[in-house]
Design a protein around this ligand. Structure first.
Ligand code: SAM
Length: 272
């Protein structure tokens, strides 16, 4: 398996570049106080283009990372990118693997990191069960996942909301789960993780932070449009909706009283 039938964003070069920008943009939230200081062997599942890998290597200078992904093009990009990342040499390996069947021995790792992958898999409990199997007792896991029901924009943007509903609906029909963030606590517990904690990481941007709000809107416009080809091909949206959404987002960007709200969930737990 290389091209995932349920992978909404696709595997274009544009998408690979977006993943690099996304990881840097969300770094302050996603990588805030992660519990990996004493860890030495971290497994990153669904490492994509290596964008999160680079940040983890930078934040934890003593860690070695094994990144796995199912897609050849992402793997090639992760290898290219990490070979040029300062301080990364000799500290990573990127392997092709399906997260539901990991070819590692039990207790191979003392940490695991997952970011925006469980939303794309049919059976997130199976992935987490595999991760737990290969973690040593006491190892820390961190999962960051979407909770797409939380998106709110002011001024009211009906075409954007219709497009967003179609985006989420399409992700469901492809076997993914755009609301999996809310389920991380249950999922981690169900496969035997302990000390499960969840944090809702919220972006609530208004007139108090206009520059951040503008940056966030630009990021979201790119994220929403990253699904457009797939949605148009599946006839889930019309090109009119895409065009109107693009206009609405520009209008929100121009409005001096605009509000942007979105939340994702970060879960932490320990293997047992
Ligand atoms: C949205 S990207 C996120 C990449 C990276 N974690 C990041 O935050 O930049 C999701 C990645 O998960 C990978 N993926 C999806 N299902 C997978 C599976 N069953 N096994 C391994 N990787 C998978 C995709 O190929 C893709 O590279």
């Amino acid at each position: 398996m290389s091209e995932l039938p349920g992978y909404l964003h696709g595997y274009s070069e544009k998408e690979r570049e977006r993943l690099h920008r996304q990881a840097r943009f969300l770094e302050p939230m996603v990588h805030d106080r992660l519990p990996f200081r004493r860890c030495r062997r971290l497994l990153e599942v669904g490492c994509g283009v290596g964008a999160q890998t680079e940040i983890l290597l930078r934040h934890f200078p003593e860690i070695h990372i094994t990144g796995v992904d199912v897609n050849d093009a992402q793997i090639a990009e992760a290898q290219r990118f990490l070979q040029t990342a300062p301080g990364a040499s000799g500290r990573f390996e990127i392997l092709k693997a399906d997260a539901t069947r990991l070819a590692f021995m039990p207790a191979s790792f003392d940490a695991a990191f997952l970011c925006w992958i469980l939303e794309h898999v049919r059976d997130p409990a199976r992935v987490l069960g595999e991760v737990r199997r290969v973690l040593a007792p006491g190892a820390a896991i961190v999962c960051n996942e979407v909770l797409n029901a939380t998106l709110f924009l002011d001024p009211y943007s009906p075409a954007t909301l219709r497009y967003w509903m179609a985006f989420n609906d399409h992700q469901f029909s492809l076997g993914g789960d755009p609301f999996v963030g809310a389920k991380l606590g249950n999922l981690l517990q169900s496969v035997g993780f302990r000390e499960v904690q969840t944090k809702v990481r919220t972006f609530h941007l208004d007139n108090r932070a206009p520059a951040e709000r503008a940056e966030m809107l630009a990021y979201w416009t790119e994220l929403l449009l990253s699904g457009a080809d797939s949605l148009l091909k599946a006839e889930k949206v019309s090109s009119d909706i895409v065009a109107t959404m693009t206009e609405e987002l520009a209008e929100v960007g121009r409005n001096p009283n605009a509000v942007f709200f979105y939340a994702f969930v970060q879960a932490q737990a320990r293997a047992w």
